[in-house]
Design a protein around this ligand. Sequence first.
Ligand SMILES: [Zn+2]
Length: 149
Amino acid sequence: MHELSLSSAILDTATRHARGRRVTAVAVRIGALRQVVPRTLEFYFGFVTRGSVCEGAALELVVVPARLACDACALEWELAAPGFRCPRCQTAEVRICSGDELLVESIEVIDEPAPPVTWQLAPLVEPRAAPPPRAANDAQEVDACTAPG
Ligand SMILES: [Zn+2]
C-alpha cells in the first residue's frame, strides 16, 4: 500500500515537529509522479493518526505537476501524459524538474498562546529507497544489556 506508507511518513514528520502538541492541520506537497490518489491518502492518514497527536487533523494536499526540461534546447514543459521526449526537438535527453516531491510543508498546532507557526521541512525519505546496508553482527545488539562494572 503506497498511500499507507506515505501516510505513516507524513505522520512521523508531523508528530516529530509537534513535540507533544495537538496537530489540527498538516499541509503536504506531493509530486504528480508519485501517482498518489488524494482520497486514498486521506483515508490512510485518518487511519494511521488514530490515537496520535495528529488524530482529526486536516490533511491539506497540494499536488505538484510534473515538469520536464530538455537539455538540448532548454524547453521546459508540464508532463500531461507519460512521455519523456522533448515535444519540440524530440530528444530523449530530458530531466525531471518537479513532480517527484513529497514534502510536509507545515503543520498547525494548538495548546500554545502563540499563533500557528509554519515550518519549512526537509523532504521525507524516498519510500522506494532500499535500507542502508548494515553489518551482520549489528542485528542482535539491540537487546543486549550491558551493565557497567
Ligand atoms: Zn528540446
